[in-house]
Design a binder for this molecule. Structure first.
Ligand SMILES: [Zn+2]
Length: 347
């Protein structure tokens, strides 16, 4: 019946004008009840019913905003109540605190990637313990740590101690999320502030940083699943070249795919993103970089509307084929987690 419907529609509309297949629910209305409701609700087009945010934060983790015990429960329950309206039920939190990890261990909605600082390269035994005990399902590293230091040498990423950690991640199939490259110009649309002072101070470029990562980390640890955050602040074309060359690279969509409520993308804007998403769906993960907890001092009130939702809206406006949509919204994140995936959440 379903195939027949697709065939029927395909006869009426050229595929490129009808990229999103009607959701299977609609076929019931089409055929059932002697066809009484045929045509009703045909605008309820296909949708992902399982959005998995692969890059979220409990709080301002790069500030010492630390939530505890019942507070974490309250904040996360509230967050999923809000994002659940948009069919989101799972998230990976980038977090440095053991208490968050202990709290999240038995919650099937939440994964924690341990946010380590570069000076914590002696933590391999503790990483192994936390992985074994189900406290963390990945690591998170951020080039901001060495960018903030007076000595901002990026080669801290390639010390023997860090190579031991990468080798362990490779063997243990533990993913690593890495915020590597950085904004160049200011990008006010996404609240992005360029790092002019930083770039003026250091003696290297984004490209050199990327080259170092590729040769010293990605190439030497070809089985580590490396996730470059924020689409690594690169365009689709240069990312495509990287994906073709390094099969162990992924990116999350945060900041890179962002559209404010009531804005629209033109067909010319949609096409390159849509093509890119279809081609590299198994490397792209929906991620928002949103904070589940909204601190009073935040300059961006409402992380749901002003941060989480714009990432979802962008993807929805691409009118992706159902298969691509399912992949980007949760399939790639599930594949990335692999054996660390928790039992399915009953919805
Ligand atoms: Zn983040």
């Amino acid at each position: 019946m379903w195939k027949a419907l697709v065939f029927l529609l395909a006869g009426v509309l050229p595929a490129q004008q009808y990229p999103v297949e009607p959701y299977p629910d609609n076929t019931e209305r089409w055929e059932g009840d002697n066809g009484f409701s045929r045509g009703f609700g045909m605008t309820n087009h296909a949708y992902s019913f399982d959005w998995f945010d692969s890059h979220a934060h409990l709080a301002y983790s790069h500030f010492p905003t630390r939530l505890r015990g019942g507070q974490i429960q309250e904040v996360m329950d509230r967050w999923f109540r809000m994002t659940g309206m948009y069919q989101s039920g799972r998230a990976i939190l980038m977090d440095p605190y053991l208490e968050t990890m202990e709290w999240a261990r038995d919650d099937p909605r939440i994964y924690v990637f341990w946010w380590l600082k570069w000076e914590q390269s002696d933590q391999l035994p503790e990483i192994q313990r936390r992985v074994k005990e189900g406290l963390v399902q990945g690591l998170k590293l951020h080039s901001g740590d060495f960018r903030k230091n007076a000595n901002s040498d990026y080669r801290v990423m390639g010390t023997p101690a860090w190579h031991s950690i990468y080798a362990y991640c490779e063997q243990a199939e533990l993913p690593i999320v890495l915020h590597l490259n950085q904004h160049w110009g200011d990008q006010r649309y996404t609240y992005g502030k360029g790092s002019k002072e930083f770039w003026a101070r250091v003696g290297y470029t984004n490209q050199q940083l990327l080259d170092y990562f590729l040769s010293e980390m990605a190439a030497k640890h070809p089985k580590v699943k490396w996730v470059l955050t924020h689409m690594n602040f690169q365009g689709n074309e240069s990312l495509a070249r990287l994906f073709d060359r390094y099969p162990n690279l992924y990116v999350d969509t945060s900041i890179g795919m962002f559209l404010r409520e009531f804005d629209t993308l033109s067909p010319e804007e949609i096409k390159p993103y849509r093509d890119f998403c279809i081609r590299y769906a198994d490397r792209l993960m929906f991620g928002t970089d949103a904070f589940a907890y909204q601190p009073l001092e935040s300059a961006y009130p409402g992380h749901l509307q002003n941060w989480w939702l714009p990432h979802q809206l962008f993807i929805m406006q691409l009118r992706l084929p159902q298969k691509t949509l399912e992949q980007i919204t949760h399939g790639t994140a599930e594949a990335l987690l692999g054996k660390y995936a928790k039992r399915a959440v009953k919805r």
